[in-house]
Ligand binder design. Structure first.
Ligand code: HEM
Length: 144
């Protein structure tokens, strides 16, 4: 069975978008229960000994699951042959770039102890990431 197909690009771009949506909910929940600094280290938490630490670590772990979906989407988009994939490839590159910047920015949230500017930009990059994933999904579904 072939893996590099337009059908799989549609499945993985949609899964990526849904995963980013869940990640944003986890981030908001982390923030609203005051768990932003529950885990003082990065990238790992030394011990998961309380509910707030678990939630903060879940937000980080889910971002790695989401990264995996993005990488699979990128792999399929780059391998697909034929005309008309240029826009899809550009969107996938933009998505991975902004997403990696967001992971770096997430680490800054911790190291700069939730500086308001850093937290605000983290929220902005999240919206941008979601928007790019949605555009990519729509492009994949419009492609005939
Ligand atoms: C390893 C990577 C990441 C780390 C360490 C991290 C860390 C954090 C922390 C500590 C907060 C809580 C901020 C607060 O208490 O005010 C937060 C919130 C949030 N994160 Fe992340 N994050 C990461 C990746 C991401 C990614 C990739 C996205 C989305 C694409 C994302 C979206 C959000 C959102 C939407 C919030 C809520 C912001 C708010 O309500 O003000 N995060 N993140």
């Amino acid at each position: 069975m072939k893996f590099i197909t337009l059908g799989n690009l549609r499945i993985f771009s949609f899964t990526t978008t849904a995963s980013i949506f869940i990640l944003m909910l986890l981030g908001s929940y982390t923030s609203s229960i005051g768990a932003g600094l529950a885990c003082p280290d990065w990238p790992l938490c030394p011990n998961i000994t309380s509910y707030p630490i678990f939630i903060e670590f879940l937000h980080r772990t889910w971002s790695m699951v989401t990264l995996l979906f993005i990488l699979i989407t990128l792999f399929i988009a780059l391998k697909l042959k034929g005309n008309g994939y240029e826009g899809i490839k550009k969107s996938t590159y933009a998505l991975i770039t902004v997403f990696l910047a967001q992971v770096f920015w997430g680490a800054l949230n911790i190291f700069l102890t939730l500086n308001p500017i850093i937290v605000t930009v983290h929220q902005g990059l999240a919206t941008l990431t979601f928007g790019l994933a949605l555009i990519l999904t729509l492009q994949a579904y419009q492609r005939r």
